[in-house]
Design a protein around this ligand. Structure first.
Ligand code: GCU
Length: 597
């Protein structure tokens, strides 16, 4: 292919447009890390984007303009503006931004010496909620959704000196958004995860799957996708500790599907064995650690590596322990998942959106199975086509990022969504998309239930027909009667499928002690857990639980002064890591379950 063709193709690949979510290996490459201090400008009226007639201005803040003459009057200046730390939400970094919902502009300058015959990408781990990205005054494109990675090719735009990235991040909620207007978590805005420049060979490995073939413990299967100009290549897969190396040829689109017999140690919470996997082409090499396990259902049981498993779980929000704000570091992940291990968990529900990659990698290493979900939460606009496309894109970005992670055993497409025909069609569409992208994992959702008489809870949500595992949140003893009410409750379902009680719980302020019928006391929460666990033990089709929630977390819906102060207090730990009495009730139960095995 001659130089003209290559230049033309590079140009075609780097046309600004929608964020490239298909280059998922970018997150696994070494790169120029752009984390640190970024200048920022608060822009509540989006004056940096629209002119006074509310039309997009050609001279917005993304130009990063400087006065050329003494009479020039430019009404912004990134270089004399304050800085925010990236990654990090803005709400927890500045008092005046605690409740801020709107646009903030970020700016970062950098130099970059590009090597020969390479391509260059700008990658964001996430930005909440809507990001428009510019490089050297040129718009690269935009990304909607606050919890998944995205990247733009900048091969033709990046220069050796004085590059400047400008990002418009807008965290305003909207009815058609995903999530929609109303959520029970803090709307942390900003560049909440890592930002980096990544350089790849001209033709690189843009995506791959290396997993056990569905239902098999002796065969590895998957595919490899190249991106670039020399797409017909020999590629290889090596598993160092299993003494495996296999070679294949990609087709004219740079794609090859493969499978081969493999004798590997199976990943499990008891033995989270991970293999060094290296994928190579003639022009690129990428590596990572991958665990191999099977996950399936049999009637009302969940089978891990062919054996029934009970999911001893806990729900977790991406709330930073101790400092509050969005968690994002490996230390945050180790603290949160360390508490889950201390509780006796083998399972965590990462609510209500894809968490940062540190959480998932740490779970792989620690041996914690994961329920991962997209923020299709409560009253989504089911009949809005853009809303569906948004949810579907966030789902595909979540799956593409994590489908080689052994810890993730199920994808959830929704949480507590009110029944209606449009809602069912919307969610069936997401289930189809997930199965198409990843036939190996289980599909679930936190679905609806209802009383069929004074003491019988029924799970017959029509979505149950289309998922593999029934998820269901219930708050008997908190929103529904007192803890003693659970004693008479029985559960039924019309589906022959496993059930995970994906939420139950009640609030308590750490250190507030009273009798077990006094709301907000640790004793009330302790009693609620005792009664709840006694009820749940009786459910014959129960295969797991993820009580709500590991740690107290910020919520704009929890105002009670002196008790909540804008935190949801259903945590088993306070935001300072202090264990409440209910922590020990659940820990004791999980220990008994382990001994029963
Ligand atoms: C719901 C919801 C959670 C919420 C919880 C609560 O079940 O799924 O996001 O925080 O109830 O009311 O505390």
């Amino acid at each position: 292919m001659n130089k003209i063709m290559i230049t033309l193709l590079i140009f075609l690949f780097s046309i600004p447009g929608y964020a490239q979510e298909s280059f998922m290996t970018l997150g696994e490459r070494s790169s120029l890390n752009l984390d640190g201090n970024w200048n920022y400008i608060i822009d509540p009226y989006e004056n940096g984007y629209y002119d006074y007639r509310w039309q997009p201005s050609p001279n917005g803040f993304f130009k990063n303009e400087k006065p050329k003459n003494k009479w020039d009057h430019i009404e912004y200046n990134f270089d004399t503006s304050d800085t925010l730390t990236v990654p990090g939400d803005w709400n927890s970094q500045r008092k005046e931004l605690f409740f801020y919902e709107g646009t903030i502009w970020y700016k970062k300058s950098f130099d970059f010496k590009k090597k020969n015959d390479t391509r260059v990408f700008l990658r964001f781990g996430a930005a909440n909620y809507l990001a428009i990205v510019y490089l050297n005054g040129e718009e690269l494109g935009e990304h909607e959704g606050g919890f998944t990675p995205f990247s733009f090719e900048i091969t033709n735009l990046v220069r050796e000196k004085d590059n400047f990235i400008v990002v418009k991040v807008d965290n305003k909620r909207c009815a058609e958004c995903v999530p929609t207007l109303n959520t029970d978590w803090w709307n942390y805005g900003g560049l909440t995860r890592n930002v980096s420049i990544i350089e790849t060979p001209a033709t690189f490995i843009s995506d791959y799957v290396v997993q056990l073939k569905k239902g098999s413990t002796g065969e590895i299967s998957g595919w490899i996708q190249l991106n670039g100009f020399k797409l017909h290549q020999e590629v290889s897969i090596a598993l160092r500790d299993a003494d495996i190396r296999r070679r294949y040829k990609t087709d004219s689109s740079g794609f090859v599907k493969y499978s081969f017999p493999a004798s590997v140690k199976l990943w499990s919470p008891e033995n989270p064995v991970l293999y060094e996997v290296t994928i190579s082409s003639e022009t690129d090499t990428i590596g990572g650690v991958i665990g191999f396990r099977t996950i399936e259902t049999k009637g009302t049981q969940i089978l891990l590596n062919g054996k029934p498993v009970f999911l001893r779980g806990i729900s977790i929000h991406e709330e930073a322990p101790f400092r509050s704000g969005r968690a994002n570091s490996i230390q945050d992940a180790r603290t949160l998942l360390g508490w889950a291990k201390e509780l006796g968990c083998n399972f965590v529900r990462l609510a209500h959106y894809p968490h940062n990659e540190n959480m998932v990698k740490e779970a792989d290493s620690l041996g914690l199975m994961i329920w991962s979900e997209i923020p299709v939460y409560w009253t989504i606009r089911w009949e809005n086509d853009q809303t569906f496309k948004n949810a579907s894109r966030q789902l595909s970005e979540m799956i593409a990022r994590d489908r080689n992670r052994a810890s993730i055993i199920c994808w959830s497409v929704s949480n507590e969504t009110p029944l209606s025909p449009p809602r069912l069609e919307f969610l069936k569409g997401l289930v189809r998309k997930a199965r198409e992208m990843d036939p190996t994992r289980l599909l679930t959702a936190a679905m609806e239930r209802h009383y069929i008489d004074a003491t019988t809870q029924m799970i017959d949500d029509p979505l149950g027909e289309f998922v593999d595992v029934l998820g269901c949140n219930e708050y008997i003893g908190w929103y529904d009667g007192l803890p003693q009410k659970t004693d008479a409750i029985r559960w039924k379902t019309v589906f022959n499928k496993p059930l995970i009680i994906s939420e139950f719980g009640g609030s308590a302020l750490f250190g507030y002690h009273a009798d077990s019928l006094t709301a907000w006391s640790e004793e009330f929460q302790e009693s609620l857990y005792t009664h709840q666990l006694a009820m749940l033990r009786k459910i014959p089709f129960l295969s797991g639980m993820s009580p709500w929630i590991l740690m107290d977390f910020r919520s704009p819906r929890r105002q009670l002064p002196g008790i909540q102060d804008f935190r949801n207090r259903k945590g088993l730990l306070s935001e300072r890591g202090e264990k409440k009495k209910a922590f020990y009730v659940l820990q004791k139960y999980y220990k008994e379950l382990q001994q029963e095995k």
